[in-house]
Design a protein around this ligand. Structure first.
Ligand SMILES: [Ca+2]
Ligand SMILES: [Ca+2]
Ligand SMILES: [Ca+2]
Ligand SMILES: [Ca+2]
Length: 293
């Protein structure tokens, strides 16, 4: 057994570091948005909470999955090798559709929601830790999903976290995946219909034990760059986007945060217009705030 994402999960014998990794998620955008709108900072559990998930839920993505304008949930169940879909009834109570759970690969640890096939609805990309690949789930528009023929897409050794963004600037959403055991990041360029090719310089080398990744334009040249927490090295690697989703490590990288940084979120924290970083440090029990200079 191990603890990933704060839950005890069964980790089948393979990972050297995989069994030791702990993740404390930082969800910055959601926190800031809630703070701006809420009348108070008191929370009450809603009527149907907790919602059922599968065995060993480790990651959750929030997006309108059924197209009715409210925000639904996709939960990666690490020990069950699937994703639970929760449709929102509009009041924060959730219903699992008959097609849920959706199958993934071995040991899904991360899920990202984005319109990967360009048809207007939110699809899912799921990093499978022990399968060394990423499952692509295309949305039929109502929160039911299917895998395209090209899924799963190959990643590196021990894919642990996935994020979606237009990394090559051609208008569709690409994927960046941290490979926990490979100490690198796989860059998958979208061919436009949720089929992917690895970028020319992929995989990009990072530090020891990359577990979390955030995309933002850190250097102000309009393309998306990447920040990666290397939990075993206790560093952050900053990758600058050069052209067509090929990356170079920034001159000042790696950056140092606390001990065993496990999660990173990017947003403008000091109000000067550029994205800064908030980093959850698993072993030093604190959060580092790194201002973008
Ligand atoms: Ca919805
Ligand atoms: Ca879609
Ligand atoms: Ca793209
Ligand atoms: Ca940039």
């Amino acid at each position: 057994m191990s603890r990933i994402g704060g839950h005890r999960v069964t980790v089948r014998s393979r990972g050297r570091r995989a069994a030791m990794v702990g993740v404390a998620a930082v969800v910055l955008g959601a926190t800031l948005a809630a703070g701006a709108l809420a009348a108070s900072t008191n929370f009450t559990e809603l009527a149907t909470s907790p919602e059922a998930a599968g065995d060993g839920p480790t990651a959750v993505a929030v997006a309108d999955l059924d197209g009715d304008l409210d925000r639904d949930l996709a939960v990666a169940n690490t020990a069950d090798d699937n994703v639970t879909i929760h449709r929102n009834n509009g009041a924060g109570n959730f219903i699992e559709p008959a097609s849920s759970p959706e199958l993934t690969g071995d040991q899904p640890t991360s899920v990202a929601a984005a319109d990967l096939d360009g048809d207007g609805d939110q699809d899912l990309a799921v990093a499978n830790l022990f399968a060394d690949n990423v499952t692509i789930l295309r949305n039929r528009g109502t929160g039911n999903f299917f895998q395209p023929a090209s899924s799963p897409e190959a990643a590196g050794d021990g894919p642990f976290s996935v994020t979606a963004g237009d990394l090559d600037g051609d208008g569709d959403r690409d994927l960046a995946i941290t490979n926990l055991l490979g100490d690198n990041v796989t860059i998958l360029r979208n061919l436009g219909s949720a089929n992917f090719n690895q970028a020319g310089s992929s995989p990009e080398t990072v530090g020891d034990g990359p577990v979390s990744i955030a995309a933002a334009d850190f250097d102000g040249d309009t393309d998306l760059d990447l920040a990666v927490t290397n939990q075993s090295a206790s560093t952050l690697t900053i990758l600058r986007n050069t052209v067509s989703a090929n990356f170079n490590e920034a001159a000042t990288s790696p950056e140092v945060a606390g001990i065993s940084p496990s999660s990173v979120a990017a947003d403008d924290l000091d109000g000067d217009g550029d994205p800064d970083l908030a980093v959850a440090n698993f072993s030093s029990d604190n959060v580092s705030i790194l201002g973008n200079q």
